[in-house]
Design a protein around this ligand. Sequence first.
Ligand code: ADP
Ligand code: ZN
Length: 529
Amino acid sequence: VPRATPSRYATPAEALHTVFGYDAFRGNQAAAIDQLVAGGDAVVLMPTGGGKSLIYQIPALVRPGTGLVVSPLIALMHDQVDALTANGVRAAYLNSTQAPAERAAVERAYLSGELDLIYVAPERLSSPATRGLLQRGTLSVIAIDEAHCVSQWGHDFRPDYLLLGDLGEQFPGVPRVALTATATAATHREITERLKLPAAEHFVASFDRPNIQYRIEPKVEPRKQLLAFIRSQPERSAGIVYALSRKSVEQTAEYLRTQGIDALPYHAGLEAGMRARHQARFLREDGVVMVATIAFGMGIDKPDVRFVAHIDLPKSVEGYYQETGRAGRDGEPSVAWMAYGLGDVVQQRRMIDQSPGDRTYKLRLGQHLDAMLALCETVGCRRQNLLGYFGQDSGPCGNCDTCLEAPETWDGLVPSQKLLSTIVRLQRERGQAFGAGHLVDILRGASTDRIREQGHDRLTTYGLGADLSDQDWRSVIRQLLARGILVPQGEYATLALGEPAGAVLRGEAPVPLRRDVLGRGGASAGGSR
Ligand code: ADP
Ligand code: ZN
């Protein structure tokens, strides 16, 4: 007869001190834990390093039964279970890497009430056998980690997550918690809906990482810029350099080594033993710079990473935030540095065009890229832009490159008015709306089939913007989008006027635009325009 694992600690505080050796809870850890211990559901949005794990580990130790943790990262599962076991917590996992005998032992332990926590990969939970097993025992709490994987529009979608919505029906009375470090309003809504958590209490932490200084510069000579950046950091600082391709990882690591920096490459194509050695050196020694693809870093718990550098543009602000968030987990001053260029944009647009998804999907990827570029091109505070993306208001931080040194700007009022009035005319006179590409064609006086068919060469603004390049116009549009002067509408992301547009059209609001953006003033990658 299966029996439930007895409660091991009377209170969360007792478990915190005894098992984990910490003095106090952080931020809203305590509130979220209390909600679960009392049997309620929760949705937790907390940045990487914020301490999400304790939020389900502690209720699992306080409530009778076994805590179920759904986690998509098998490597991470391993590490968490090892760490818990070392602290005297009885934890185990079920995943596809296991031998049958090992799996059977875990199942027996669960059913005889000897497990505090059981970690399961989402695809195992799609199997009726696993569900049946879990139903025969007793669960204390259900945690769905990396819950943003349920979001079809997010950057990490996993179909198996869609099946997790019915856990509530299957395990009535077991409190559930969904946790993620992604906090856009859209993802938040999707998590709540798809995981069926209508009655959950929401715990949203601040996403600000005040000890991280954000710096972004246009690519001119990326290697030299990277080297200069690393040399500007305190001697023997540990850091991570992210590059997009394996080849670029290897070449960059090699280059840094020739310059006397203790750099090591890390990507999925390297032999496993070498990867493990490089990771171990990075974790244990001072001053190792890991040059890696984004495969590296998930679940790496090194608190004193002093900088994260990107030599290629991340695909989304979520990705950028997660990767840069690996810096300064100890709270000490750290830097997130990035160089981006026109080549990155061209390459990523091509990848989006060639990706297998449907039109809406590609459009969404394009919007992710535009939001990333808007962060690069902002004249305002980087942190304010970043937090705004995650739906959190803040003032200028005083500790990012644009706050420390105001970027050079040019007066974008007249081009903005040309663009906005084109949109207004098309809307008023013809009831039409268009995306960026066609609007730029009109302004630049292009002679495309669509322009001739629609008679758009007869518009008064046709050809009025030929003084700016295609890239210039794209940058103007991104910056106007980022400020809400333009807003994307509908399935095809056609452009419409936002609330501040009226003041721009009347010439009452200045529109300073960044000079050092792609395609402008000598800052373009390789001078291509
Ligand atoms: P997340 O999953 O949100 O990225 P973790 O749960 O891995 O974060 O926690 C990050 C680090 O903070 C870990 O080293 C963890 O042990 C530590 N930590 C979490 N909560 C506390 C606390 N209340 N006091 C001290 N350290 C904590
Ligand atoms: Zn700032």
